[in-house]
Design a protein around this ligand. Sequence first.
Ligand code: GDP
Length: 368
Amino acid sequence: MDHPENDSQYQGLKVETSPENPGIVNPYLKNRPRARKRELSVADYVEGIRKGDVTILSRAVTLLESTRPEHEAMAQEVIEKCLPFAGNSVRIGISGVPGAGKSTSIDEFGIHVLNEKGGKLAVLAIDPTSERTKGSILGDKTRMEKLAVHPRSFIRPSPSSGSLGGVARKTRETIVLCEAAGYDKIFIETVGVGQSETACHSMVDFFLVIQVAGTGDELQGIKRGIMEMADGIAINKCDGDNVERCRVAAGHFKNALHLFPLPDSGWAPRVYTYSGFFGTGIKEIWDGIYEYIDFVKANGYFDRRRRQQNRYWMYETIDQRLRNSFYQDPEMEQRLIAAENSIELGQQTSFMAAHRLLEQYFLKLKEK
Ligand code: GDP
């Protein structure tokens, strides 16, 4: 269209028509094949991991977190091939309620052990909330500022798909990959609530429970199971006005621990006070942890615990596969809905419904 100012009333003025505005998006890009990541073979993954290539390690973890059957099969192959190179690490579980100071502490702990012991550190997580929110609150790089930029650390947030059992299994498999990549220190972070702690405990050599001294009734809040699982209790935020309260709380925990029999490890759990924020008391905790590791390696418990854990994870994996195979079968899904209705209507007992469903399922398996 001609420019309106080219009207004859505007004498002496000539506005050039401009070419059409080019689109914002480069049109040539559309036809260009999208830069895709090169597909890696199982051998590529294993070789990259063994070389300690962090990009390939990350991609392997992503592969094992994928729910696509072909990815799962490939990931299992990678894990199997990495297995002979795994196991050579110290695995530490770190648990605490949100706000206890886990990320602040892990940042400090990580730097401390890397400085003291050298080697490489991987920080993984088991986060039961990630299933619901599809986002992970743990193991997030932004929460650990120093480790995030450390050349010898690898931080990976919690896998986020599936049940807690599924999430935990993936974290456990990630341990294998990290160890094969030369990470000789593994931290597994978890929130101090119920099942996730049990899952974390079942894959570590030392389970550290972070507590905070609060209103003086912290012992009431601590579950019996945790006291039995803890190889050490660390009371955080022992700084400023809080020092005295932490000392009192530590006394309470020590007394409470005396009420429990000596664990199978033969090691009496210790209680520490520290400040993750100010970095005080951290050396004592880690000297204690390494003393524990030497102690249980010498008395055979270290290997025994790992063997027990391997057995546990075999059964756990069988349970999961059986459950998934049953619940994810489209025919069974339909039958389950019908069975639920009939139970609600009082047409059959829950026991009979379960019995019939399983019979139908087993029959189906036989016919396959
Ligand atoms: P997380 O949810 O367990 O990971 O806890 P964070 O590490 O995010 O810490 C929760 C809050 O406690 C933050 O505001 C921290 O600054 C604070 N905090 C962590 N460690 C300490 C400590 O040693 N002393 C004090 N006074 N505050 C701390």
